[in-house]
Design a protein around this ligand. Structure first.
Ligand code: PMT
Length: 222
């Protein structure tokens, strides 16, 4: 029987890294490959949802049945998300969004000089998922917490501070899971419960996460 857990729902996801330009040829970024977010987009589509995937630069193909919008920086990701936020029932933030960006983008390539040090001053980016969760009429909002230590405590703190409905705690200190690997092992936390999932390939894990999201979302009548 076909999976209809998210039939009639629109799911908006972010995935991948962001690139924060320093000058026309350089940027600051991170190790996100997009695999986790793309697996979730695919699992949501297989569960019958309309899926919009706002993606930072990745090497991945668009999953079947998914509409992808390509972005580079956190500011562009922010704009793309809020162009589509109105019609979504569920928002999943799997992207590794840069918390800071260089305060100025040089218009020409920065040249090497005689100086031994070069400082780049950074300014804060908007927190996309906090803004989504802060809306009146907010979608069911699911975040990730990528942490290297005190993973569960920091995830619980982010769930509350960002006003999320669910958070997926991801230990990124391990190289066999998380960033850029094909498997992941996470603990899912929501305000009234939590569930640890075993290490699984990202497709199998995504299916379980989408089932949990559909369950909690139904309980909240989202
Ligand atoms: O892409 P892969 O290689 O498959 O790796 C998967 C992953 C490790 C990137 C993924 O599982 C993951 O944990 N993604 C979130 C990474 C992250 O940036 O976490 P964070 O703890 O810094 O952010 C917390 C939440 O706020 C996240 O849902 C993030 O998308 C969101 N956020 C953060 C900053 C910001 N400016 N805007 C946001 O929306």
């Amino acid at each position: 029987t076909p999976n209809t857990a998210l039939a009639g729902k629109t799911v908006l996801l972010t995935a991948g890294p962001t690139r924060e330009a320093i000058d026309p040829v350089r940027y600051i970024s991170n190790h996100s490959s997009g695999k986790m977010g793309y697996a979730l987009a695919q699992a949501a589509a297989l569960a019958g949802a309309d899926v919009i995937l706002v993606s930072g630069p990745t090497a991945l193909p668009v999953p079947p049945g998914v509409r992808r919008i390509d972005v580079d920086s956190a500011l562009n990701m922010h704009t793309a998300v809020f162009e589509h936020i109105e019609r979504c029932d569920i928002f999943i933030g799997a992207a590794a969004v840069a918390d800071y960006r260089p305060d100025q983008v040089a218009s020409t390539k920065i040249k090497k000089t005689g100086a031994d040090n070069l400082a780049v001053t950074m300014v804060k980016n908007p927190d996309i998922i906090s803004e989504v969760a802060g809306r009146t009429n907010k979608p069911f909002t699911v975040g990730f917490a990528a942490e290297t230590n005190q993973v569960i405590e920091y995830a619980q703190d982010k769930l509350q501070r960002k006003g999320l409905d669910m958070i997926i705690a991801n230990d990124v200190s391990r190289t066999d899971i998380g960033f850029n690997s094909d498997t992941n092992e996470v603990t899912v936390i929501w305000p009234t419960g939590q569930q640890a999932l075993p290490q699984l390939d990202k497709a199998a894990l995504a299916k379980q996460l989408i089932d949990l999201i559909a369950q909690q979302c139904t309980l909240l009548r989202c």
